[in-house]
Write a protein that binds this ligand. Structure first.
Ligand code: GLA
Ligand code: GLA
Length: 698
């Protein structure tokens, strides 16, 4: 984009995305704020069982003073609630709830199954999961049970039933969080293997169908009895069939979903007035969240923006928020664990964030659709693995700077509640995430340097830099609300999905595909059509040759003469009906097409045969595509500042977030009202270091 065009985009009347009249196709979304009695959910994860009871009231008073009205409790307290098999003790939790409720604080209770008690392992050692090498996990950590173990299932039913019965009418309990961060581990024992064989039989009905789907003729791996089907041990080595291994991933995802459902069914039957959620992990991809979340009332997730990254990587957390929102029809969600201090286990992971950043991150959650923010954790533990995982308070309970920051944000979000209530994120662009493709790339990582999430980020970041909201969609999502869908490296694809994408383009949408799309069918078997297989006609190109990147340099030249380095993978495109947008510059295929565009029906399909470390390539591409698709850029924010938008009845709520330690300016081209102070902001908004402004149309 030239500087002049950029300026035109900024000052154009369509400064921001126009409010969408998108029809609500699904059931009424769960209203988190109404659920919390009309208050924005502002909470902490609290472990009263680990602190002297005399301290509880002081804690609750300090929470209340910081605007806290919500806690999550008990998700690791199985041993405390069921100290012996079938003997329950909820007295301590009743007393804790009483203290918290007296300070206006309501609770979600975690079902404690992520950390089963020692007595359960002693009694039934085989509840522990078995790893790929046939070694059982040992007692001492958490998340180490086998989902299929009948003793573990029975124990789960018992504790969940007891909790539901005890708290079903408790006015201070709003609902439940199921388990804690479901997804690990996969279990490779005989019970799990038998369950996998049953799963296969249910899916394929006949062994003939399974053998055909898996291409079991290869190396003579043909099955004549369901009981012969192995567990795909050593999936990252050699001895597996990728079709079998992909099905095993699906089996694990389905098993996790069924385990969650086992709990939700009990809770709904006994305590129908309580809501149910689960704390998820953003880009974590062992399970298909879009499937898991069908049996929840709303999505919650655990957001640690600094994880291994520098603080400038705010788009990483942004994408995770958007993915979590997208995993349940784009409905508003909450953050069940919002970073409240420096993370660490045996070592601290990184450096301390400036206190103001904790507030900026909380606002980022809200800007991306959170109607609740709950910090992990109230106070750093004195005990156990997480002595170095900071809470809001440290062990001494001193009201430190993080506490002051949390209190400031609590006060502000309280004031903003009416404005936020009923507002949501609306985006003209969607990023398609395919669980099957992600799993298939785990099994066969393609080439050194390839990373599916990195592909997502290249496109996602470009839209966000242009101030354009992005939704994440899954293969079953509704595609109709979008003008542009980006489906990076859509590797494993069934006919239903390729047909839906074709009709999206045909009816006027712009589809962006990138390299290694349409390579595999739904069984993880390579297509025998010319690549990009089911997308060849849509993209108007054929791929008869490709070149992985090993030890070589490559570059592409845009039709406008611009040059960009290229890396990882080079599809050598042979345009049929497509136009060439960029060509390769080096090697035996210099001059051949690298990026193409094809008119298809009323829409168009862009095929990007490579990737580039240069973000300018993506900015240029989305500027070009945006102009064609009628998606205008939002305000141009400097690096280190994020712009995000919620909407309510046509009214825009604009969040400007400064992640840097420097003052920043954002040119909006018009004046907005500051939602907190009520006063008008100049068209060029000033942001102090680590500060946030929430603005609405005047
Ligand atoms: C060896 C084997 C072949 C084939 C190739 C490629 O040469 O004998 O069967 O597997 O490696 O992997
Ligand atoms: C996850 C878990 C929490 C806690 C934090 C920090 O998010 O859900 O219980 O362990 O990590 O380690």
């Amino acid at each position: 984009m030239t500087a002049k065009k950029l300026l035109t985009a900024i000052v154009s009347a369509c400064l921001l995305l126009s409010p969408s009249a998108r029809a609500q196709t699904q059931a009424k979304p769960f209203d988190l704020i109404a659920w919390n009695g009309g208050k924005f959910i502002y909470g902490v994860d609290y472990y009263p069982e680990a602190w002297d009871e005399a301290q509880w009231d002081k804690d609750a008073a300090m929470m209340q003073a910081a605007g806290i009205n919500f806690v999550r409790l008990a998700e690791f307290a199985w041993a405390k609630m069921e100290p012996r098999e079938g003997k329950f003790n909820f007295d301590w939790l009743d007393r804790a709830l009483k203290v918290l409720n007296a300070h206006g604080i309501k609770a979600v209770l975690g079902t404690p199954t992520a950390s089963p008690p020692a007595w359960l392992y002693a009694q039934y050692p085989d509840i522990a999961a078995m790893d790929e090498n046939g070694v059982r996990y040992r007692y001492g950590s958490r998340r180490n049970y086998c989902l299929h173990n009948p003793h573990f299932i029975a124990a789960t039913q018992r504790i969940v039933t007891a909790m539901a019965e005890h708290f079903k009418n408790h006015p201070g309990v709003l609902g439940w969080q199921i388990d804690n961060e479901l997804g690990d581990p996969e279990c490779f024992d005989a019970v799990s293997r038998a369950a996998f064989q049953t799963w296969c039989e249910k899916k394929y009905k006949t062994l003939e169908a399974l053998n055909k789907a898996w291409g079991a003729v290869f190396w003579g791996h043909t099955y004549q009895a369901w009981s012969e089907i192995p567990i795909p041990w050593n999936t990252l080595g050699k001895a597996y069939n990728p079709s079998l291994a992909l099905d095993f991933h699906r089996f694990h995802s389905d098993s996790t979903r069924d385990y969650l459902k086992l709990q939700t069914t009990i809770l709904r039957r006994i305590a129908p007035t309580k809501a149910i959620t689960h704390n998820e992990m953003g880009l974590f991809d062992n399970i298909d969240y879009s499937d898991l979340n069908r049996s929840l009332d709303f999505v919650a997730w655990d957001n640690y923006p600094m994880f291994g990254k520098d603080y400038a990587d705010y788009f990483g957390a942004g994408l995770s928020h958007d993915l979590m929102r997208g995993s349940k029809n784009n409905q508003n969600f909450m953050v069940m664990e919002q970073e409240g201090g420096l993370p660490g286990w045996s070592v601290f992971w990184g450096r301390q964030a400036a206190p103001g950043l904790y507030r900026v991150w909380a606002y980022q959650s809200v800007a991306h659709g959170a109607d609740g923010v709950c910090y992990f954790r109230w106070r750093t533990s004195r005990y156990g693995t997480e002595q170095y995982w900071q809470g809001v308070l440290d062990q001494d309970s001193y009201p430190n700077q993080r506490y002051q920051t949390v209190a400031q944000a609590g006060k502000e979000l309280g004031q903003l509640t009416d404005l936020l209530h009923g507002s949501r994120v609306v985006s003209p662009v969607a990023l398609l995430v395919s669980p099957d493709s992600r799993w298939a790339f785990h099994l066969q990582p393609l080439v050194e340097g390839f990373n599916y999430n990195q592909q997502l980020r290249l496109y996602y970041d470009a839209f966000r830099r242009a101030g354009i909201n992005v939704d994440v969609v899954f293969p079953q999502s509704d595609f109709t609300p979008y003008k542009i869908i980006v489906a990076p490296s859509l590797f494993v694809v069934d006919k239903a999905l390729s047909d839906r994408l074709a009709s999206f383009a045909k009816s006027g949408g712009t589809l962006i595909l990138s390299y290694r799309s349409g390579v595999k069918d739904e069984h993880n078997v390579v297509t025998n059509s010319t690549l990009p297989g089911p997308f060849a006609e849509l993209a108007g190109v054929a791929i008869h040759d490709f070149d992985p990147q090993t030890n070589q340099e490559q570059a592409v030249q845009g039709a406008d003469g611009s040059h960009y380095p290229a890396r990882v993978w080079f599809d050598i495109l042979d345009p049929d009906t497509a136009q060439t947008l960029a060509t390769y510059e080096k090697g035996y295929y210099a001059g051949k097409a690298a990026v193409t565009e094809n008119k298809f029906g009323n829409g168009s399909v862009i095929y990007v045969g490579t990737e580039s470390p240069a973000r300018e390539l993506y900015s240029r591409l989305i500027d070009y595509v945006g102009q064609e698709a009628g998606v205008s850029s939002g305000p141009s924010a400097p690096d280190g500042v994020e712009v995000a938008l919620r909407e309510k009845e046509g009214k825009r709520i604009l969040f400007l977030m400064n992640y840097t330690d420097q003052p920043q300016k954002v040119s909006l081209g018009q004046s907005y009202r500051n939602a907190l102070s009520g006063s008008a902001e100049p068209a060029e908004v000033q942001l102090a270091p680590f500060d946030v402004k929430v603005l609405t149309t005047l």
